[in-house]
Design a protein around this ligand. Structure first.
Ligand code: FNR
Length: 372
C-alpha cells in the first residue's frame, strides 16, 4: 500500500509485522520478562489528561526546537536501536535520510548494521547525529570507535552513553526464536561484534556479548572524557537520585535520557513519565543543569506533547522508527515522522499553544499518574 494510506503508528506497526521476518519481529517487539514496563510506557500517557485552552488564535504552530544548542525541526528524535537492516536493506542510512526531511535528530546505535560513515553519507549540512556507546570489555575497541567518531564531529555532535543495560534483560520472545530460526548475528560492522558468542540466546544476548558490566560514574566518565571532547549524554536514567547525580557532572554531561530501554532491560522499572515527576518533585534544578530527554512508548503526538509539558526537551522513538523501516524502508520512516509531527502540531493547536517552549504543567492534569 502507499505509505500515505497509513494513518497512524499502529497501522505502520501492523504492516511491518507482516513484512519483516519472524526473527526480526521477535527481536524488535520483545521486552523483558512479563513485558510490564513496556505496557506501562504507553499506558501512562493515556492517564495524563490534557487541559486545552480555547478561544485562542492557533493559526500558527511551530514544533521546532533546539537540542544541545542545535536547531532541530521537531522535538522528536530517533533513539539508538541495533540492527536496522533486519527490517529493511535501507537500514540506519534510510532512517538518516528520512530524518533529514524533518530536521530530526538521530542517535546511531553502537550495534548499528551499517558503519557510521555509511549512515551519515547523504546527510545535509546541519543534520544532527549522536553516537551511542556500549563500552566493551575490550576498551581498546571502544577507544578506536570513539577516535573514529571524533573524526566525524561535523556530523556526530555528542556521545550517548547507555547505562541501563549492563546486561541484557530476559527477552523471551527473542530467545524463543533462536530455537526456530538461528541467525548468525552480523551486527557491529563497526564495533567488531560480529564474532558474537556461539549459538544460543536471542539476538539481544548475542549482541551484548563483550559489553562491559563494570561501568561507574567515577571511573568510566573520566575514561570517556579522555577519549572524546564531544558532549556526553547519559541514557537510561530511571530515578531522581541518578538524575541528580548525572546533573552533578554537568557541564561534561549535557543531557540525560530518562528511559527503561523500551522495557527491554529491567521489567517493572518505571516509565520515563514517573521519573520526570520524581525529578520535578525532589530535584527540579536538574532541568536547569542538563537537558532532559525521554523515550519509551511514544505512539501519538499527544504523547509527545505530554512529555514536553512535564519538562522533557525531546522525545525519542525506538521501535516506531524500526517499524517504519519495516513497513516501507526510508519512505516508511518518513511517514512515521510525518504522522508524529502532524499529530504533535494538531495537539499543540488544540491546546492553544503556538510554540514548544510555551508548553508547561498548566496544560496537563497528572492527578491519576501521581496517585501511583
Ligand atoms: C533498542 N534500544 C537500544 N538502546 C541503546 O542505547 N542501544 C541500542 O543498541 C539499542 N538497541 C535497541 C534495539 C531495539 C530493537 C529496540 C526496540 C530498542 C532502546 C532504545 O534506544 C529506546 O530506549 C527504546 O526503544 C524506546 O522505547 P520504544 O520507542 O521502542 O517504545
Amino acid at each position: 500500500p502507499p505509505m500515505e494510506s497509513l494513518l497512524n503508528l499502529h497501522e505502520i506497526e501492523e504492516l511491518a509485522r507482516r513484512r519483516i521476518s519472524e526473527r526480526a519481529w521477535a527481536y524488535y517487539y520483545s521486552s523483558s520478562d512479563d513485558t510490564y514496563s513496556k505496557s506501562f510506557n504507553n499506558a501512562v500517557y493515556r492517564d495524563i489528561l490534557l487541559r486545552p485552552r480555547v478561544f485562542v488564535d492557533c493559526m500558527r504552530c511551530d514544533s521546532s526546537t533546539t537540542l544541545l544548542n542545535h536547531k532541530v525541526g521537531v522535538p522528536i528524535y530517533v533513539s539508538p536501536a541495533a540492527m536496522a537492516r533486519l527490517a529493511h536493506p535501507d537500514g540506519e542510512a534510510g532512517i538518516a535520510r528520512a530524518c533529514a526531511r524533518f530536521g530530526a535528530m538521530q542517535i546511531v546505535s553502537n550495534n548499528a548494521s551499517l558503519t557510521p560513515e555509511q549512515i551519515v553519507a547523504d546527510a545535509p549540512q546541519g543534520q544532527v547525529f549522536g553516537w551511542q556507546l556500549y563500552v566493551q570489555n575490550d576498551r581498546a575497541k571502544s577507544e578506536a570507535m570513539l577516535a573514529r567518531i571524533n573524526q566525524m564531529s561535523d556530523r556526530f555532535k555528542f556521545i550517548c552513553l547507555t547505562l541501563d543495560a549492563p546486561v541484557p534483560g530476559k527477552r523471551e520472545l527473542d530467545e524463543k526464536q533462536s530455537f526456530k530460526n538461528a541467525v548468525k548475528v552480523a551486527a557491529g560492522v563497526a564495533t567488531g561484534n560480529e564474532s558474537s558468542r556461539p549459538g544460543g540466546g536471542g539476538v539481544g544476548q548475542q549482541l551484548f556479548w563483550g559489553t562491559a558490566a563494570d561501568l561507574t560514574w567515577k571511573v568510566t566518565l573520566p575514561w570517556l572524557a579522555q577519549h572524546t571532547n564531544l558532549p556526553i549524554v547519559v541514557k537510561g536514567i530511571q530515578t531522581h537520585e541518578d538524575a541528580y547525580l548525572a546533573a552533578k557532572y554537568a557541564p561534561q554531561v549535557k543531557a540525560v535520557i530518562l528511559s527503561n530501554h523500551g522495557g527491554r532491560a529491567l521489567d517493572t522499572a518505571p516509565p520515563a513519565v514517573h521519573t520526570l515527576l520524581e525529578i520535578r518533585r525532589y530535584c527540579p534544578e536538574v532541568f536547569e543543569r542538563v537537558e532532559v530527554w525521554v523515550d519509551g512508548g511514544i505512539k501519538r503526538g499527544t504523547d509527545v506533547v505530554k512529555a514536553l509539558c512535564l519538562g522533557a526537551k525531546a522525545v525519542g522513538i525506538g521501535r516506531p522508527a524500526l517499524f517504519g523501516l519495516g513497513a516501507g524502508g526510508q519512505a516508511g520512516v518518513e511517514r512515521t515522522l510525518e504522522i508524529l509531527k502532524a499529530e504533535t502540531e494538531t495537539c499543540m493547536r488544540l491546546l492553544g499553544v503556538e510554540k514548544v517552549s510555551d508548553l508547561g504543567m498548566r496544560h496537563i492534569n497528572t492527578r491519576k499518574v501521581e496517585r501511583d
